[in-house]
Design a protein. Structure first.
Length: 179
């Protein structure tokens, strides 16, 4: 039996998903604060991505040893994994039936690579179970932060690119932990 081709979302629906995806990454970066900072978040396609949260070249400090600042390196890495998984979880605010999302495949691959380096012995070697527990935790954060995620997604749809300072201002009462 022939399979029916999947219907491609219209451009407006796709842009909305991308905006929520990138807003999810950015809001979790802001929520955790500390070294989880970025310069811009954008839905302007670059290279092979539909949008991004990125560091721009320039004066952004690179801290090689976060422990110097009193930041637990393993906690920072765990937060980085949560931020990576936040894109697809934020897209689920728009489409609860979503399985992979706009950039979810590449985000999940990055999370697997990072998690295998950070936690090779955790969960008795069951990396998938570990990532599923992180994904559940990420979903809880995204649900709790859905209002600032929606605010930032709306701003991205209007302006296409938002700076760190603008995104931080949109957080409202959900003040970042590290700021």
């Amino acid at each position: 039996m022939a399979r029916k081709p999947m219907r491609q979302p219209d451009r407006e629906t796709l842009l909305r998903k991308v905006a929520y995806h990138e807003a999810g990454h950015a809001v979790l970066c802001l929520f955790f604060g500390g070294l989880n900072q970025f310069d811009i978040v954008t839905i302007v396609p670059r290279r092979r991505s539909a949008g991004s949260v990125e560091l721009l070249p320039g004066p952004t400090p690179i801290i090689l040893n976060p422990a110097i600042l009193g930041i637990d390196p393993s906690e920072q890495k765990r937060q980085r994994l949560l931020v990576l998984l936040a894109g697809v979880e934020a897209e689920r605010l728009v489409d609860p039936a979503l399985s992979e999302g706009c950039g979810g495949g590449s985000d999940f691959k990055k999370a697997v690579r990072l998690a295998s380096k950070i936690y090779p012995a955790d969960f008795d070697g069951d990396l998938l179970r570990f990532l599923e527990s992180l994904q559940a935790e990420t979903g809880e954060h995204v649900q709790r932060l859905r209002v600032p995620i929606a605010r930032l997604a709306k701003e991205l749809l209007e302006k296409k690119t938002v700076t760190y300072a603008q995104a931080k201002a949109l957080m409202g009462s959900e003040a970042p932990h590290g700021s």
